[in-house]
Design a protein around this ligand. Structure first.
Ligand code: UDX
Length: 436
């Protein structure tokens, strides 16, 4: 077993640290955020992620997982995972690499020959090559090992990933880095996880390409939804029909309000910006369209809501089901649901938002909205209900029971997860994106 450090214990780092400790490594988590460290040191997850609290308790009880704000603690480890965020820059395009540079610099005085620094953050292609020089100056080596975890399934995606990708330098240094990573991931590899060894730029591009492809799939089906709206088709039936072809596949063809969160939107924008910088902008210019289609779904939802209220939503009591960017997450970064709620509020609607996990983050992001934890209270007296994040409790709502609570039985299904016949049958006006 290896002693590893994890620099940056935000979303990615906390899950990675706990997961590495759970497979037997001794893990030192380092961060500058004392609040996060205090939570993690008390074996509490600073955010909602199924499975993480149990892992934190189990690994801290065995004393294999500790947290500190002192970067010199990494000297006890030989493999150092860099897991800090790469948020969108103020220009709204490029990835901000401030945290990556700061994280690497903070450990440089404490690493040396035989050590391996492993970048996991999502970075613009070329970043690893840029960082390699400073890392090698200490005698250590650098590898890039992108993370593909999904929020809500992060623990599973870390311990049983679809694949491991190592970006390593040529020659002996690359072979040694590969061996060190194989040792750390031995248990994961023994489960039959495919491992791809590549150069730095390819490893970095695997991550950006994967996210771009997923975003493209979602925007493709949402473009078809736009056509269905004009031509009178049903995009859910269309998705089932094309998805049966296993070259296409049904996953990520759920039409609706589109993608949000801390990854897909910012990552495709950063990819476009990086490609432009490299003089290869034309190759990914279609991603601008992917972004535009995605944002148009939010506008369409607002239009539908206005349409339901005869063009004037001023003073209408609107209940929004969902604030998180997707179910099983409390993350409201670039949340389509919250964007629509804020837009309706700006048009004069009296908006109440409910969500099983995301209200605390939502309140911080859009403080002008009203938030209600209790679903029944949120629905009571509603003049219009919008289902915008498909939590299972909303999918299971009973149209007859909910009708008794609201003032007007008008429902917009922004995620195409309810049965139109059941809701219409119970006396509701049911409308959805991409469905007649
Ligand atoms: C994504 C990638 O899946 C993951 O591999 C990468 O490491 C980080 O970005 P995540 O942001 O957690 O993960 O969410 P994901 O489950 O991919 O969903 C992204 C968004 O797409 C959500 O807003 C979701 O609601 C939306 N979505 C997803 C759709 O609108 N339709 C679909 O069919 C699937």
């Amino acid at each position: 077993m290896t002693t590893v450090s994890v620099v940056g214990v935000g979303y990615l780092g906390a899950v990675h640290a706990a997961s590495m400790a759970s497979i037997g490594h001794t893990v030192i988590g380092v961060d500058v955020d004392e609040r996060k460290l205090a939570e993690l040191s008390a074996a509490r997850a600073p955010f909602f992620e199924p499975g993480l609290p149990e892992l934190l308790v189990e690994t801290q009880d065995s004393a294999r997982l500790t947290f500190t704000s002192d970067p010199s603690a990494v000297a006890a480890a030989t493999v150092h995972f860099v897991c800090v965020g790469t948020p969108q820059s103020a220009d709204g395009l490029h990835a901000d690499l401030t945290y990556v540079h700061a994280a690497v610099e903070s450990i440089l005085p404490h690493i040396g020959p035989g050590h391996l620094v492993v970048g996991k953050s999502t970075v613009p292609v070329g970043t690893a090559a840029e960082l390699a020089g400073t890392v090698r100056a200490t005698g250590a080596e650098l590898a890039w090992n992108p993370e593909f975890l999904r929020e809500g399934k992060a623990v599973q995606d870390t311990l049983r990933p679809d694949r491991l990708v190592y970006g390593v330098p040529d020659g002996d240094a690359g072979e040694q880095a590969t061996e060190q990573l194989d040792e750390v991931y031995a248990i994961v590899l023994d489960r039959g996880t495919p491992r791809i060894v590549a150069d730095y730029p390819t490893a970095e591009l695997v991550k950006t390409a994967a996210n771009s492809f997923l975003a493209t799939k979602i925007s493709f089906i949402n473009a078809m939804a736009e056509l269905c709206e004009s031509a009178g088709g049903d995009v859910t039936v269309l998705a089932d029909a094309i998805g049966i072809d296993d070259r296409i596949g049904r996953k990520f063809l759920n039409a609706g309000l589109g993608f949000g969160g801390g990854c897909l939107p910012k990552d495709i924008r950063a990819f476009i910006a990086r490609a432009d910088d490299l003089g290869a902008g034309e190759a990914v210019s279609f991603l601008r369209e992917i972004d535009a289609i995605n944002l148009r779904r939010r506008e369409r939802m607002v239009e539908l809501a206005l349409g339901e209220c005869g063009g004037d939503i001023d003073g209408v009591r609107v209940t929004v089901l969902g604030a998180a960017f997707k179910p099983d997450s409390d993350d409201t970064r670039d949340s389509p649901a919250l964007a629509v709620a804020a837009a309706l509020h700006a048009q004069g609607a009296v908006v109440t938002v409910t969500d099983p996990e995301g209200l605390e983050n939502a309140r911080r992001r859009e403080p002008q909205l009203t938030y209600e934890e209790d679903l029944t209270t949120a629905l009571t007296g509603a003049g219009l209900v919008l289902l915008l994040t498909e939590w299972s409790e909303y999918r299971q709502l009973d149209p007859v029971t909910v009708k008794r609570l609201v003032e007007h039985p008008r429902l917009l299904d922004g995620r195409n997860v309810l049965d139109p016949a059941a809701w219409r049958g119970a006396g509701w006006t049911y409308r959805a994106l991409g469905r007649p």
